[in-house]
Design a protein around this ligand. Structure first.
Ligand code: KIV
Ligand code: ZN
Length: 524
């Protein structure tokens, strides 16, 4: 439910697809970016920062496509303070009904030293680039990067220049997560008081979480007059991440008595987005993460359980349904039909196309045969697995048997289809997963380095499904594969194969004429 009222509106600017995707290893595929952008738009995010168009052809295509498909959200692209970046950004965002160019430059002493510009030279650059952006687009956001470590007088001076040049939003980034709530508020207040024209534009706050204060800093800035919060789903982002969207939105809703601001966010869509972003980025949500962590609504101790049973408000300040956690957790059994599955998934926020639903239904039946109870989390894992399965499957797991024991080495026997041809192979390894991966490597030799191998039990019990994420790196290309199965070895092998298939697609994109089997040493 939206918190739309007569209260001052705080705009929610989501940068999961730009700052979030910038965190090492969180790379998403084109299709995943479009899907996440669609979900953000549906949830009521005011501005989606869809990427950094000049960074790569892939970023450019993603931002353009997101702009074309956008419905209500403003679509924003990032650009450094030069004409080439700004032009490229405009080329990508101009397709949106509501486009925005976001241009930035580092203004603190440390950041000014990098392009080796004097204060005056930088001021001139800001004037020129913001003017150029504004000549292309009516909606221009400007950011003095590392604002919280910029001299106050200089910050006021450059903000004034950007406003005079036509910026409509001024974003104040705490780029290194250094500020403190009191200081975050003080900077916004100072700008509002000292800069001519400050009352004609919107101030935004963009906080990083290096000291764990990103949410507090963002809310303090709002209390001081900022009316746009920049944030990401699950707090994804460089280093310790950005302000988490779910935290600021729910804080303004739950503590509306002291934070009397409204947003346009449909909070019941939060949980689905959180799960999806976690799956596509390969970044798990910590169990005790505020709002969206697995334990956020669990009551373990006897005193808490007793209290909650008597009156839920004794230990719950918000309801699970508020963020889209359905109360009926036992999903369905093996006798449930396709229509029941469709309606259950819809209730959980998944609107699948018919062919996707058919595939999920087949897998649901197979799972229900093997597992006593199928929970909501199991369904989420099945759906995400389906959504992760790419159309192009150069490698396909056909059969896998492993032999484990206390007196290793473990052995794996595999039938793997490589480009449509089945091959049988066996290999040993230090553990069954290693043995299975060795089979794949023998049939598809490659140089990709395993950067992450992560296993999570979806629910409780020994028959729980495991979701596995595998991240590979080859010549600077980073890909993440994932899969779910009640058999951890099968899920691991599928996740590994999924990552390799994605790597093959990336190789082909960067070197279109090459044979995917032999290309492995090109720099991108
Ligand atoms: O953290 C930061 O300073 C940024 C800018 C590009 C706005 O992400
Ligand atoms: Zn940032």
């Amino acid at each position: 439910m939206s918190t739309e009222t007569k209260q001052p509106r705080v705009l929610i600017f989501d940068t999961t697809l730009r700052d979030g995707e910038q965190s090492p290893g969180a790379t998403m595929t084109h299709a995943e970016k479009l899907e996440i952008a669609g979900l953000l738009d549906d949830m009521g995010v005011d501005i989606i920062e869809a990427g950094f168009p000049i960074a790569s052809e892939g970023d450019f295509e993603a931002v353009s496509e997101i702009a074309k498909r956008s419905r209500n959200s403003t679509i924003c692209g990032l650009a450094r303070a030069n004409y080439a970046d700004i032009d490229r950004c405009w080329e990508a965002v101009k397709h949106a009904a509501r486009p925005r160019i976001h241009t930035f430059i580092g203004t603190s002493p440390l950041h000014r030293a990098i392009p080796n510009l004097t204060m005056d030279q930088m001021a001139e650059r800001i004037h020129e680039t913001v003017t150029h952006a504004r000549n292309l687009c009516d909606n221009v956001q400007w950011s003095p990067m590392d604002a919280t470590r910029t001299e106050h007088d200089y910050l006021c001076r450059v903000v004034e220049i950007a406003i005079r040049a036509g910026a409509t939003t001024i974003n104040i980034p705490d780029t290194v997560g250094y500020t403190y709530p009191f200081e975050s508020a003080k900077i916004i207040r100072m700008l509002l008081e000292r800069v001519p024209g400050a009352d004609t534009i919107t101030f935004a706050t963009h906080c990083h979480n290096d000291l764990g204060m990103a949410t507090a800093n963002a809310l303090a800035a709002v209390e001081a007059g900022a009316r746009q919060i920049e944030c990401t789903i699950n707090g994804l982002g460089e280093r310790a991440g950005n302000t988490a969207l779910e935290e600021v939105v729910m804080a303004m809703r739950v503590r509306n008595d002291i934070l009397p601001y409204s947003t346009g966010i449909d909070t019941t869509k939060i949980m689905n987005l959180s799960r999806r972003v976690s799956q596509v980025s390969g970044f798990p949500v910590q169990f005790n993460k505020a709002i969206v962590g697995k334990n956020a609504f669990l009551h373990e101790s006897g005193i808490h359980q007793d209290g909650v049973l008597k009156n839920v408000q004794t230990f719950e300040i918000m309801r699970p349904e508020d963020i889209g956690i359905t109360s009926n957790n036992i999903a369905m059994g093996k006798h449930s039909g396709r229509a029941a599955l469709r309606s259950k998934l819809k209730e959980m926020g998944f609107d699948l196309a018919d062919n996707q639903l058919n595939d999920v239904f087949v897998r649901f039946k197979a799972l229900a045969d093997r597992k006593k109870e199928v929970y909501d989390e199991d369904l989420v894992a099945l759906v995400s697995d389906e959504q992760t399965n790419d159309a192009y499957e150069y490698l396909q797991l056909k059969k896998l048997r492993v032999i484990c024991g206390t007196d290793g080495p473990q052995e794996a026997e595999m039938v793997l289809s490589v480009d449509g041809v089945d091959h049988t192979i066996d290999a040993t390894g230090d553990g069954p997963v290693d043995a299975a991966f060795n089979c794949v490597k023998m049939l598809f030799p490659h140089q990709a380095r395993l950067e992450l191998y992560q296993v999570h039990a979806v629910t409780e019990g020994t028959d729980a499904q495991a979701t596995v994420s595998v991240r590979l790196q080859e010549n600077g290309r980073m890909v993440t594969g994932s899969s779910a199965d009640t058999d951890t070895i099968v899920a691991s092998t599928r996740a590994y194969i999924n990552a390799l298939n994605r790597l093959i697609v990336r190789r082909q994109k960067s070197n279109p004429g090459d044979d995917v089997k032999t290309v492995s040493y090109h720099a991108e």
